[in-house]
Design a protein around this ligand. Sequence first.
Ligand SMILES: Cc1cc2nc3c(=O)[nH]c(=O)nc-3n(C[C@H](O)[C@H](O)[C@H](O)COP(=O)(O)OP(=O)(O)OC[C@H]3O[C@@H](n4cnc5c(N)ncnc54)[C@H](O)[C@@H]3O)c2cc1C
Length: 500
Amino acid sequence: MAPSSIWTLALLAAAATALPTAETQATCADIKNALPGRLWLPGEAAYTKENRDYYNIGLAELGPACITLPTSAEDVSKIVKILNVRPGVRFAIKSGGHDPNPGQSSVKDGVLVALRHINGTEYDAQKNVAYVKPGGHWSSVIGPLAKKNVTVVSGRLGVVGIGGYLMQGGNSFLSAQHGLAADSILEWELVAANGSIITVNAKRYPDLARALRGGGDQFGICTKFTLQAYPIGPVWSGTKAYAAKDREAVFEALADFVENNHKDPKAAIIFTSGLGSASLMQFYDGPTPPKGAFGKFENLKATMDVGKTQSYADVIGATDGLFNFFSSRTSFRSITLPHLPHDHGYYSRVDALWSNITAKHLKGRYLVGSTLAFQPFPNSMGKATETKGGNAMGLKGSDHTRFVIEIAGIYSRKADDDVVQEMSREYTQVLTEQLQGVKASAKAKGITVGEYNPMFGNDAGPDQDVMGSYRDVATFRKLQKQLDPEGLFAKRAGGFKYPE
Ligand SMILES: Cc1cc2nc3c(=O)[nH]c(=O)nc-3n(C[C@H](O)[C@H](O)[C@H](O)COP(=O)(O)OP(=O)(O)OC[C@H]3O[C@@H](n4cnc5c(N)ncnc54)[C@H](O)[C@@H]3O)c2cc1C
């Protein structure tokens, strides 16, 4: 059968389900004509492969009308120009597909623009920059760069996608030293709302560069990032686990670490509570952490304690194999809270609240797991952000130290989607309300609690107003409207948006 006949049959088959609108189907057909061999419909192998490749396996159920797999910025430009023709058509941009929120890098009955084939990393030793494309995963970037003894500020797990991570900010083991990953973006090759391919850097477009460092997909589709490279040698990484009876001492150690992280920003941790345990992932940018780098954690008895000197690429890639077998529904939600130097018990209370809320919601639901990941945002991060020109989150060196909690749900049944969202939402609501009381009682004692606690987009949940929490939201929204007057990205694509 001729390819065109197969295409006609496939279109008819897609039309038979009658869910995507005629406008959407016409858009799919136009993209197919403009980019032969780069658009796929339900039932075709390339569609099935791409649609199944989400970290949250539940997203495959959404089902786009068609999936286009461009291979260059020019292809993306053609797609954007075609999308402009019919304003009713929804679409989503997918790089790694690690965002677990429905409708961010996934779209029901719309056009999925999947950037898998726009991938690759090159290092320019003279300029000390890496050119990184959005498809692929961090292991594919960090491995090749390690051979040149350099790295970039990257995801902490090699499996994490690149495009969404960088467009939404990006927290890294190197962030206390160098700021968010997005702070180290020197240039963006961006397909703008009118389909033109533009080069954005802080010299040419200072406001846009700042807005892009954490502003998500509202200004365009990035097809290449120019990233500042940093020297890297052997690093140290370890994991510890703690017994429940040591809970209070463990949370005191966490508070102590967050408070003092700025003194040695080469040290980084992720503290995870949940699934019946408390564990600590430690990282040090150097072959051996100096005594005291992990503060009070060093004096606590651990039930498991492993650590070794290794390459940064090995740290990032350590779990790559594990994730090949990971197959689960997942959810994210996040809250940013101020560190309270006068109240180290805050961490323990914040954790206990989650235990209470999950116990209430999950009675009899044994197949739902959940974790809280505590991530320090020391003010050294804001200092690094400021020296690099500022970011959308508005981090500043003069700010207080904060911590971000990523609330993750891991479960298998569609029937549990709602309860996972409900309990996470209740948790962030109660914490937000309680924070008012925390501030009031601190004020009564003459203590000021840091007011500005913007959300961290990479860990946020589907209904969270990430962009509305940014201090310069009004400026960014105005800029967005100038660059995207028809609302192509603001109204028709998935992702976090500035509130009206
Ligand atoms: C196992 C795991 C570990 C993680 N570890 C970290 C971590 O260490 N640090 C951290 O900060 N986050 C981490 N995250 C969160 C992660 O950064 C986000 O899920 C991020 O969105 C992943 O990038 P992606 O390319 O897969 O995004 P996608 O899911 O592909 O896209 C997410 C959003 O970004 C937009 N987008 C994607 N690509 C582009 C592009 N090229 N141009 C414009 N917009 C685009 C999409 O429109 C969408 O709204 C982790 C997530 C998981 C599941």
